[in-house]
Write a protein that binds this ligand. Structure first.
Ligand SMILES: Cc1cc2nc3c(=O)[nH]c(=O)nc-3n(C[C@H](O)[C@H](O)[C@H](O)COP(=O)(O)O)c2cc1C
Length: 181
């Protein structure tokens, strides 16, 4: 148990202890996806409260890959100032912070869903969702992840976590109604 309170180093990143706040979409960012003071206050409270490493909630690497409202926008340079304030505040409070980045595939953006791309079209009781991604579009998504990761690094995050999960987990609730191929 006491080991939890000991400092450790992960690939050059020194943490004050082994407590990690798992990635959590808290819906506290501004409606345009920029970082809010409320988000900064929460992360600082976590760091001061003793969390060694904070994972942010899933941040969208592309606008058409955003799954939920009030999700951090990491696909453009327009919001980097707020993210920089966030990383500086967490570091000042003695914590480390990693940004989780994400593309929602066919479960992205409620308004754009019919135009969204994913591994395959998802059949739902409400009708088909999204379009099957092409090889060229896969390259575009990879580039979006790379650009987001570089942006994350530039604004001072201690690392980046790839969320390649939630499309699958949400999809499972539709599994019953999937059209056999
Ligand atoms: C409100 C809410 C938002 C979450 N957002 C994310 C997220 O953005 N990314 C992620 O990987 N997991 C997310 N999770 C999953 C959590 O990180 C965590 O894995 C899950 O709550 C199980 O952990 P527990 O067993 O300690 O509760 C979220 C969970 C909740 C309840």
């Amino acid at each position: 148990m006491s080991k939890l309170f000991e400092s450790t180093t992960i690939d050059g990143l020194t943490l004050k202890n082994r407590f990690v706040r798992s990635a959590t979409w808290d819906a506290m960012v501004n409606p345009d996806g920029s970082c809010s003071q409320r988000s900064i206050d929460l992360m600082v409270a976590l760091a001061k409260g003793g969390v060694g490493l904070i994972m942010t909630g899933f941040a969208a690497v592309r606008q058409d890959g955003q799954a939920l409202p009030f999700q951090t926008n990491v696909y453009s340079d327009s919001h980097v100032a707020g993210l920089r304030r966030l990383t500086e505040a967490v570091h000042e409070a003695g914590g480390a912070i990693v940004m989780q980045i994400y593309h929602g595939g066919v479960i992205s953006n409620r308004e754009l869903r019919t135009g969204c791309v994913g591994t395959s079209v998802l059949e739902t009781p409400q009708g088909p969702l999204g379009k099957a991604i092409t090889a060229e579009q896969i390259r575009d998504v990879i580039v979006a992840f790379v650009e987001a990761a570089l942006r994350v690094k530039r604004v001072g995050f201690d690392g980046v976590q790839l969320d390649i999960a939630h499309g699958c987990c949400w999809t499972s609730s539709y599994r019953r109604t999937l059209t056999p191929r």
